[in-house]
Ligand binder design. Structure first.
Ligand code: DP6
Length: 360
């Protein structure tokens, strides 16, 4: 697939309003995407677990207009209130996808969206938000072109989501999604995410992810700025090669059920991501003291119990704890007893690996 194939040229505008809705989950990268060219072409391949509880619900009513507008005509209702904060980001998104979805200018869009996780919890919501939006748009496209294949629907949804936010392209399906060209991910592409379809040991199919909300504050540095700082970063070329190697090693570990290698690579990826931030110019630190406390305690806990609990981090202070389902009871007790007090307002979210977006 190349970009040209995602240009919709043969469409007929609906005569009646169409109402659609999708629930799309967040995802947590095991191999991190950090560094891009242009509009979200990744510098290295990434691989993520799709989550299930942390999700965005989006519904759109597409009402046909008598004549097309110059730019997409929309109103956004977020958490039941009219929202203008996200408007610039949405205008950018509609601009970026306009060549691929020219029909959008023939409708008025009433977009209603809400997140299942606490607002401004520090959890990346752009992945779930952009993927839910892309899926709603694809459902309109499908109504206009009923012969569309399911494969095309999903690929283009992921392609559009990527233009909104890179990591969003990994939220359409699950449980493991690869994005970026890599020899170990079948049919991988820089343009959209693909389900990692090779054999994966059952232990990873039901993995748990508890997100400890260490810091609910606004991120000091946006992901986009952080990605840009990888251009001209003294260690970036080596980092991109390392990510490709780590992904290959992780894929083997996933197939073999090798949890020790999984733990080693996942933690290495999280710390490398933050090492890149700490060594860019200007440098920045997104971890908080409690992030480090938790990281150290995870390593002690693993040593003492033999339970393969590990951590990973996004571009923020919150810690994702990953562990097999069979250890869930013990780990959840430990979190409740030891770690709730390290989270802002005692908040954490128990999530698990999921299978992707659902139509509402
Ligand atoms: C650290 O997808 O948020 O979460 O493409 O600029 O929107 P943009 O960035 P974004 O970057 C996410 C980076 C990460 C790692 C990852 O999810 O792979």
């Amino acid at each position: 697939m190349n970009e040209q194939q995602f240009i919709s040229s043969d469409f007929s505008i609906l005569s009646q309003p169409l109402s659609v809705g999708w629930q799309s989950p967040s995802n947590i990268a095991l191999i991190k995407y950090w560094g891009k060219t242009g509009i979200q072409i990744p510098k290295n391949a990434s691989l993520s677990f799709t989550l299930s509880q942390c999700a965005t619900d989006t519904s759109i009513v597409f009402s046909p207009l008598s004549k097309p507008t110059r730019s997409v005509d929309f109103v956004l209702i977020f958490d039941k209130k009219k929202n203008t904060d996200f408007r610039p980001k949405m205008i950018d998104f509609f601009e970026r996808i306009s060549d691929y979805c020219p029909y959008l200018r023939h409708y008025h869009l009433e977009i209603c969206s809400s997140n299942s996780f606490p607002h401004s919890s520090g959890i990346a919501s752009s992945a779930s938000a952009m993927s839910a939006l892309a899926l709603c748009i694809m459902e309109l496209e499908q109504h206009q072109q009923p012969a569309m294949s399911e494969l095309y629907f999903k690929q283009k949804a992921s392609f559009l989501a990527r233009l909104g936010s890179g990591s969003a392209c990994r939220s359409i399906e699950g449980p493991l999604v690869g994005w970026g060209t890599h020899p170990r991910i079948t049919n991988s592409s820089d343009l959209y995410g693909v389900v990692h379809s090779d054999s994966v040991h059952p232990i990873f199919a039901s993995y748990r992810d508890t997100v400890l909300l260490v810091d609910r504050g606004q991120k000091e540095v946006s992901s986009t700025l952080g990605h840009n700082l990888m251009n001209g970063h003294p260690f970036s070329e080596q980092r991109f090669l390392q990510a490709q190697d780590n992904l290959a090693e992780l894929v083997t570990a996933l197939a073999e059920g090798d949890v020790n290698t999984f733990v080693r690579i996942v933690e290495l990826e999280a710390l490398t991501l933050h090492a890149m931030m700490m060594t860019s110019d200007p440098s920045f630190v997104l971890m908080k003291p409690n992030t480090l406390h938790i990281i150290q305690a995870v390593r002690v806990y693993r040593k003492e119990t033999g339970i393969p609990l590990c951590f990973t981090l996004d571009a923020g202070a919150n810690v994702h704890l990953l562990y097999p389902n069979e250890n869930a009871e013990k780990v959840m007790d430990w979190i409740e007893n030891e770690w709730a007090s390290y989270c802002q307002n005692h908040q954490y979210i128990h999530d698990r690996v999921g299978n992707g977006a659902k139509k509402m």
